[in-house]
Design a protein around this ligand. Structure first.
Ligand code: RTP
Ligand code: MG
Length: 137
């Protein structure tokens, strides 16, 4: 069973979409192993997205991710990483497939409702960024 880190981003939390988004993952056979609502500081957002530190959108992205509450969770299932990214849809909602979370709820390429780890290596950095082993059940 694979684990992945998912975030419901500030835009989607603001729109009261927490239940709707978690439900889409659960309906696709993923299990919530850990979940909590938090608000990141700018510094915490910069640490989380450190892989993007040289990208032109790093400042704007970390401002966005620290502007309001988010929901962080660990989802577990077979091929959870790939499965979650398929359910989320493309980064840019204009390119996202019908029926994906980003197609339905993203505002634009930045305010795109959800995050999901993109590899096992990313998940191994991202899960302990928010959760201790005792919090993952
Ligand atoms: P995520 O990491 O949030 O799951 O998204 P992703 O893999 O689909 O996209 P990634 O390339 O890792 O980018 C991380 C987040 O940065 C914002 N972004 N803005 N303005 C832009 O061109 C741009 N490109 C990316 C998005 O919020 C994206 O999800
Ligand atoms: Mg990414």
């Amino acid at each position: 069973m694979e684990k992945t880190l998912v975030i419901i981003k500030p835009d989607a939390v603001k729109k009261n979409l927490i239940g709707e988004i978690i439900s889409r993952f659960e309906k696709n056979g993923l299990r919530v192993a850990a979940v909590k609502k938090i608000k990141m500081t700018k510094e915490e957002a910069k640490g989380f997205y450190i892989v993007h530190k040289d990208r032109p959108f790093y400042e704007s992205l970390t401002d966005f991710m620290s502007e309001g509450p988010i929901v962080v969770m660990v989802l577990e299932g077979e091929n959870a990483i790939t499965k979650v990214r398929k359910i989320m849809g493309a980064t840019n909602p204009a390119q996202a497939e019908e029926g994906t979370i980003r197609k339905d709820f993203a505002e634009n390429i930045e305010r795109n409702a959800v995050h999901g780890s993109d590899s096992q290596q990313s998940a191994a950095y991202e899960i302990p960024y928010f959760f201790s082993a005792l919090e993952i059940l």
